[in-house]
Design a protein around this ligand. Sequence first.
Ligand code: SF4
Length: 457
Amino acid sequence: MKERTLLVGGLSRVHDALLAAALRGVGVDTVALTPRTNRGLALARAVGNHGQCNPAHYAVGAVLEHARASGLAPAEFASTHAWLTVGSCGPCRLAAFGFEYSRVLAASRLGDLAIHLVDSLSFLPARGQSPLFQIEPSRARALLSAVVAGDVLSRSGLELRPYAVDPADVDAVVDAGICDLVFALERGASPLAAIEAHGERARAVPRDRTRVLPRVVVTGEPWTTLADGDPSYDLLRRLANHGAEVLAPTASDWLRYQIWTAKEDARRSARDVVPTREVDALDRADHEVVRLWTSLASAAGIDGASLADPDELAELARPYYPPEVRGGSAHLEVGRILMAQRDHLAHLALSLKPFGCLPSSALSDGIVSVLLCDDPRMRFLAIETTGDADATTESRVEMALSAATAVAERELAVACESRGLTSSGARLALESRAEQAPPPPGRRRFACTAAETLWRE
Ligand code: SF4
C-alpha cells in the first residue's frame, strides 16, 4: 500500500520548504504545508475552541487550506496524507494543541488524517535513545541540517535588508538560497555549498552602510517569533524594511533551550548520582547545534551572529523569573532583554506573542516593563497577534521605531564628537569602511551600529 504523503510545516516559509526537502532526501514522501494565513485561522476557529490561543488554529488552519487547495474530497485527502508537526510551544494552560488539532480536523471531515506530533528534541541525532526519540537518526540529522540552514538563511536576509539599497534584491537572494538548499537537501547533500553560494550572492547586494539605524531585540512566544506571514504580522521582515536592525531568536536557540531544560530536569530528578550518559548525550546534541550553526553562519558571511548561551540567559533572568518555571518562552524573554540592556545591544525590546499568551503577556511583560521603565536607552513594546490588527500594529511599531531612531541619532552625535568628526566626515568614514565586517558580537558602547563603528576606530 502506498505510504501517506507527509505534510511538513509550522515554522517559516524558509524552514518549512527545507524541512520537507530534507525528509525527501532520506526517502520520505513529503510536501511543505501551505503557509499559515488569517483565512486558515478563521476556518479553524469557526469549528474549534474559541478560548484556544492562535498558534494551534493557525497551524491546523493551514492543513484545512492545504486540503481545500488539493482538489481532493476531504475523505480522500485525509486517507492519503499525514501531518508532521512539533506540537505546542510549551506546557502552559493552553498547550492542548494535539486535542485541538483532532477536534478541528474531525469537524472539517478530515478526521482520518494522521497527526505525527514530535518532540523538538527528536531533531537531535546525538540525543540517543529515549522515550522522546521518535525519528530515526538519519532523518533527525537531515532535519537538524534543515533547521539550522533555515535559521542562517533567515538571519542573513534580516541582516541584509535594512542596509540594502533595493529590498527586492534581498528577496531575490533569499529565494535563490531556498532553491539551492532544497536542491541540496532533497539529494541528501550537506547544505554547506548552497549556503556558501548564498553568501556570495549576499555580498554582491548593493548596501548603504552609512545609514543610522535603530536596533530592535525581538522576544516573545517562541512559535510566533519564528513564524513569518500573517501569524506574526510578518513583523521581522517589516521591521527590517522600515530600516531597523533586528536581533531575533532562531529555531536553533529554541532547540538549545529544549536541550538545556532536559539537562536541568535530568539533574534535578537524580537524587544522588547525576545521570551522566543522559547529560553527555544532551551535551553532544548541543555541541552539534552550535557546530552546525557556526560553520553555516561563517559560510554565509554572518560570523557575527551568535546563538545565545542558555546558561547565561537563565542566570540573568533568575532574580525575576525562575528558570524552573516552564511554558512558552519561560524566562528567555526576560533573559534576552536583560542581556541586550546590559550589553547595550538594542534601542527597543519588542515582545511578540499571540493574544492572551500566558507566559509572555501575563508574566514576562509585567516583569520587563518594570525593569525597563527607567532606562532612557531602551524602550519596550508588546505586540499581541490577533490576525486582525495589522494597521494598529503598523502605527505602534512606526512610533516605537521613530523614538528608537532618535536615540540612535543621538548616539551617532556623541560618537562623532568623541572622534572630532562632522556629520559629512562621519559619512565619509562610514563609506570608507563599507566593505569591513560590522562590529563583532558582545558588549557595545553604542547600540547604533554606525556610532559603534566610528567609536571603535
Ligand atoms: S505559550 Fe502562549 S501561545 Fe503557547 S500555548 Fe501557551 S498561551 Fe498559547
